[in-house]
Design a protein around this ligand. Structure first.
Ligand code: HSE
Length: 434
């Protein structure tokens, strides 16, 4: 029976999950593949810590070149994350004619052109299912299941940490800081949670998905990103009163000319299927001209869910190796020569419904001042709530839902409203996605 040799770089949480799956499910993998996959080498700076899995002597190494320069290794699995040295390791693996499997969305969001071009030049395969949505087979769905369809929308909850925090704030009426601390204590959030809570991780993921869906490179820096740190328990409570839940959404919509790509907290109707995707779960909605709509949901992170996506890619590549059909599936879903630049929409040109929250002094005339400015910018108010009754000189929250309006008009109106003497601090804007 043919043996496929793997080299794993990075023996952290996901790496340990991969090793466990390859060990525990060795038999079923062999039955399905008709070959054996062998974890031949594992490189990590720490080869002492017990990961709770039996690893044969001689497999662990601190030298990455024991994998990258090893002529026996067929597939390199990169699980160290970040830009460098992950980029250098992947390029070296490809140059040394090794297929690659990675979970590194940050790297692919920035360097997909370089990496995918080399994959094609060398006649190799790259798998990156684990980079987005953990166990959710979103990349396989776009590259294979929906291959004949014109996708026009991809949007979803692609960050488990942010979703855990927002769910906790919604279900337990707690503040952002309390929910973040709890997420860290539970091991869901990193000690430095910046990428997750500021929307950067979601932006990496939507950049990669946009490339696959529409065949365009996306400059990650051009994506309009805002995270969840400004969301207050009051916003969540108002959302509930208006019949919505707040989720951090990554959105990419293509109208045939331009792509509207953004990451921000959004209110979605509480009856929408994605409104009940809570905790660390992820959900991604794909819409196209043939199957209409499909929502894929599941565990977006964790050793075994993400590990299973990694092993799925490994087996896919092993199948290509055993059947001599390398280069069957273009990395970007489109042929490399068909990757064309599609312009991005300026956020000021999008239209949406909006939730606005202002801190205002509770005195006569304030509402007419604010609604006057909104009206001057063609923004019409659908409903409004004032939270509480302000004591002398104290601010209260005034929240309103606005009908569909142009973002540029909303931004101009907010700037004017924030200059009013009766308005204090920064106002909050949350887009409504239906
Ligand atoms: N940090 C990510 C999340 C998991 O919280 O969803 C890996 O993509």
């Amino acid at each position: 029976m043919k043996e496929i040799n793997l080299g794993l770089i990075g023996f952290g949480t996901i790496g340990a999950g991969v090793a466990k799956i390859l060990t525990d499910n060795r038999e079923i993998i062999q039955k399905r593949l008709g070959a054996t996959v062998c974890l031949t080498k594992i490189a990590d700076l720490d080869i002492e810590t017990d990961r709770g899995i039996h690893i044969d002597k001689g497999v662990l190494t601190t030298s990455v070149d024991d994998i990258l320069e090893n002529p026996d290794i067929d597939i390199v699995i990169e699980l160290i994350g970040g830009y460098d040295p992950a980029r250098a390791f992947i390029l070296k693996a490809l140059n040394n004619k090794k297929h690659v499997v990675t979970a590194n969305k940050a790297l692919l969001a920035k360097h997909a052109d370089e990496i995918f071009t080399l994959v094609e030049e060398k006649g190799l395969s790259i798998g990156f299912e684990a980079s987005i949505g953990g166990a959710i087979p979103i990349i396989r769905s776009i590259r294979e299941a929906f291959v004949a369809n014109r996708i026009h929308t991809i949007e979803g909850i692609v960050n488990g940490t942010a979703n855990y925090i927002l769910s906790k704030m919604s279900d337990e009426n707690c503040d952002f800081d309390v929910a973040l601390k709890e997420a860290q204590e539970q091991g869901f959030a990193e000690a430095d949670p910046t990428f997750d809570i500021e929307g950067i991780d979601s932006a990496h993921k939507i950049a990669v998905l946009t490339r696959l869906a529409y065949g365009t490179p996306v400059k990650f820096e051009d994506i309009n990103v805002s995270g969840i740190t400004n969301i207050t328990s009051e916003d969540i409570e108002c959302a509930r009163e208006f019949g919505y839940r707040i989720k951090l959404l990554a959105i990419s919509k293509y109208d045939g000319e331009k792509i509207d790509i953004r990451v921000h907290p959004a209110m979605i109707p509480s009856g929408h299927p994605m409104a009940s995707v809570n905790g660390v779960l992820n959900a991604i909605r794909v819409c196209d001209d043939m199957m209409d709509e499909n929502i894929l949901a599941g565990h977006g992170a964790g050793a075994l869910p993400t590990g299973s996506a990694v092993v799925g890619d490994v087996i896919e590549i092993a199948r290509n190796i055993t059947s001599n059909s390398i280069g069957r599936l273009p990395a970007s879903s489109f042929q490399n020569s068909e990757i064309k630049h599609i312009p991005l929409k300026d956020i000021s040109t999008i239209e949406s419904e909006y939730f606005l929250r202002f801190n205002v002094l509770d005195k006569p005339g304030v509402l007419s001042n604010i609604s006057g400015i909104l009206g001057n910018h063609s923004i019409s108010i659908e409903s409004m709530i004032q939270k509480g009754r302000g004591e002398q000189g104290k601010a209260v929250s005034l929240v309103m839902m606005c009908h569909r309006s142009l973002e540029g008009n909303i931004q101009k109106a907010l700037q004017e409203i924030e200059k009013l003497d009766v308005v204090s601090g920064k106002s909050n804007l949350i887009r409504v996605e239906k």
